[in-house]
Design a protein around this ligand. Structure first.
Ligand SMILES: *Cc1c(COP(=O)(O)O)cnc(C)c1O
Length: 432
């Protein structure tokens, strides 16, 4: 083979997998096995000492899950990565090696509703906390980072849609403060945006969404760029100092750019147990083979639907960074050059009641709390995913009461538009 790096469309089919050595199986087999036999006692010892890479027990690693982790790592351009049971598990797994009680993270206000919840309340039970800032205000970001801050967290294309983060600018601030930038790349996918190229240290995914693309399984991934110097300050002792949770191993010294990934396996997955199962990995491996093909169609459809909505008198406003009217149009071209995703919101004349009627009258669209399916999906965030938030949090997240969120699928664009048209009519939303 030539030395030329393989293209995205090739990697999404081949990376992380070769024909099965034992059987020649061309597809990645589902290794439905809890444990793996050691060759002998020395082999077992080498595996437990992290001197040799291999399989011990499926809570830590499994060949099917590893193929998927390696594939996502290749697509993101990372040094190493792990898969876990869900996107929310991935967020905890990403923070776990960095944090201790009393430490905090600084996160964007524009985030998936469940993430706002996890960071506001649940992580407090670990003694961690989160400060939320508007990442368009870089001075506010700088001011929020203090001596106890261990990471900055944002989404590339932010949920519920229409917002693109200026990743190079945010990465520069995190870098100057000596803390890693963690980017949730779920809504963009590595086909549209590669956060590591814009300065991110870690990339997290809910593989539940576009990477699987068929709405079958929940899963998550954490990909490490391998570029952060964990030993430069005393801030990350789990990685730079003797780790008591792994017989005093100094992960960064021993494993270099793979320190974070090995810590995530040897300590994180071992003790938190947020493991992806091989059957789940199989469904995602099936989906990821067509990621670029689907994303091109998702984006093409989203642009058509957003333009149609923007021209419709029943609609007050469309927030999609792929529209020329969007304040984020130029930034999107820079940060996600292949398109601004397929997730956006629109405000409907008639407010909360009209939104509820609209979601009750769609036929092709599915009214579900999900995104990134091949099917077109719709939800009224204020009464569902963002229901538990305060009014101020909802407004900051772009989930006001008169707004619905759509995840545009890969059906015929004309059929998607026709469905919205009839539902808007049935909801009797008149041009005011
Ligand atoms: C869905 C989602 C999550 C959470 O992922 P799960 O797989 O549902 O746990 C996190 N971030 C974003 C942007 C998401 O869309």
């Amino acid at each position: 083979m030539s030395d030329k790096p393989q293209g995205f469309d090739t990697l999404q089919v081949h990376a992380g997998a070769s024909p099965d050595a034992a059987t020649g199986a061309r597809q990645v087999p589902i290794y439905q096995s809890t444990a793996f036999v050691f060759r002998d006692a020395d082999h077992a010892a080498a595996l437990f000492n992290l001197q040799e890479v291999g399989y011990i027990y499926s809570r830590l690693t499994n060949p099917t899950v590893a193929a998927l982790a390696d594939r996502i790592t290749a697509l993101e351009g990372g040094a190493g990565g792990i898969c876990c049971s869900s996107g929310h598990a991935a967020q905890i797994m990403a923070l776990f090696p960095l944090m201790e009680p009393g430490r905090n993270i600084v996160a964007a206000t524009k985030l998936y509703g469940g993430t706002v919840q996890q960071f506001t309340n649940t992580i407090r039970k670990f003694g961690w906390s989160c400060k939320f800032v508007d990442l368009d205000d870089l001075d506010a970001l700088k001011a929020a980072i203090d001596d106890d801050t261990r990471a900055v967290f944002c989404e590339a294309i932010a949920n519920p849609g229409g917002y693109v983060t200026d990743l190079p600018a945010v990465a520069a601030v995190a870098d100057a403060a000596g803390v890693p930038l963690i980017v949730d790349n779920t809504s963009a996918t590595p086909y549209l945006c590669r956060p590591i190229e814009h300065g991110a240290t870690l990339v997290v995914h809910s593989t539940t969404k576009y990477l699987t693309g068929n709405g079958t399984v929940t899963g998550g991934a954490v990909i490490d760029s391998g570029k952060f110097d964990w030993s430069a300050s005393g801030k990350f002792p789990s990685l730079s100092a003797e780790e008591p949770a792994y017989h005093g191993l100094k992960f960064h010294e021993a494993l270099g750019p793979m320190a974070f990934t090995f810590h995530s396996i040897a300590v994180g997955l071992r003790d938190l147990g947020m493991t992806m199962n091989p059957q789940g990995a199989h469904y995602t491996l099936m989906g990821i083979e067509t990621l670029s093909l689907r994303m091109r169609k998702h984006v093409e459809n989203a642009v058509k639907v957003a333009n149609w909505l923007e021209a419709d008198p029943r609609i007050e406003k469309v927030t999609y960074a792929g529209l020329e009217s969007s304040p984020y149009f130029d930034r999107a071209k820079r940060v996600c050059p292949e398109g601004a995703g397929a997730l956006f919101t629109f405000a409907v004349k008639g407010g909360y009641d009209a939104c509820v009627k609209l979601v009750d009258n769609v036929e092709l669209f599915s009214h579900v709390a999900n995104l990134g399916d091949a099917r077109s999906l719709i939800i009224h965030s204020a009464s569902t995913t963002h229901r538990q938030l305060t009014d101020a949090q909802r407004a900051a997240a772009g989930a006001e009461p008169n707004v619905v969120r759509v995840s545009i699928g890969i059906e015929e664009a004309d059929d998607i538009i026709a469905d919205l048209d009839q539902a808007l009519t049935k909801a009797a939303i008149r041009a005011a």
